[in-house]
Design a protein around this ligand. Structure first.
Ligand code: TYD
Length: 140
């Protein structure tokens, strides 16, 4: 499966004016799911790797509302790296894609929207188990 067809780069509209910028994201409109949970990650320095999991039920949209970070996605066959570097840019990730977030800038605030309430049991945190589930051929 072509990994570039699995994720989606979203570009949000800007309702800003001379008073400043305003970006609005609405569930099931700008975001391809109903939003059930919002969390944000900040204070992670450039050495830290977060994520390192896949989700059976959760889809995500990631937005660096401040600063920058990188996301490595892996579908068990190939990987790709996406840089989040604009507050109007969103990265949509479907279920069952392995992901790492890293290279956080000092001012990085990474906003994450998802379609689920938190359930630790839907996370796959072991890469070998992930490969087994997707029939992937990459080396662990
Ligand atoms: P973790 O999944 O490791 O964060 P990340 O994928 O961003 O690196 O989560 C860290 C801890 O926080 C872990 O104990 C689970 C908990 N957690 C929740 O309770 N609710 C949530 O919505 C999230 C994302 C994490």
């Amino acid at each position: 499966m072509n990994i570039k067809k699995q994720y989606q780069i979203l570009e949000f509209g800007d309702l800003g004016d001379e008073r400043g910028q305003l970006v609005v994201v609405e569930g099931e409109k700008d975001i391809p799911f109903e939003i059930q949970r919002v969390f944000y990650i900040y204070g992670s320095d450039s050495q830290v790797i977060r994520g390192q999991h896949a989700n059976r039920k959760s889809e995500f949209v990631l937005i660096n509302v401040s600063g920058t970070s990188k996301v490595r996605v892996d579908n068990g066959f190939e990987e790709d790296i996406i840089e989040l570097n604009r507050p109007r840019m969103g990265l949509y990730l479907p279920t069952m894609l392995w992901k790492d977030m890293y290279d956080f800038s000092e001012d990085s605030v990474l906003l994450v929207l998802t379609n689920t309430h938190y359930d630790g049991s839907e996370y796959i945190r072991d890469y070998e188990e992930y490969l087994r589930e997707v029939g992937g051929t990459r080396k662990p």
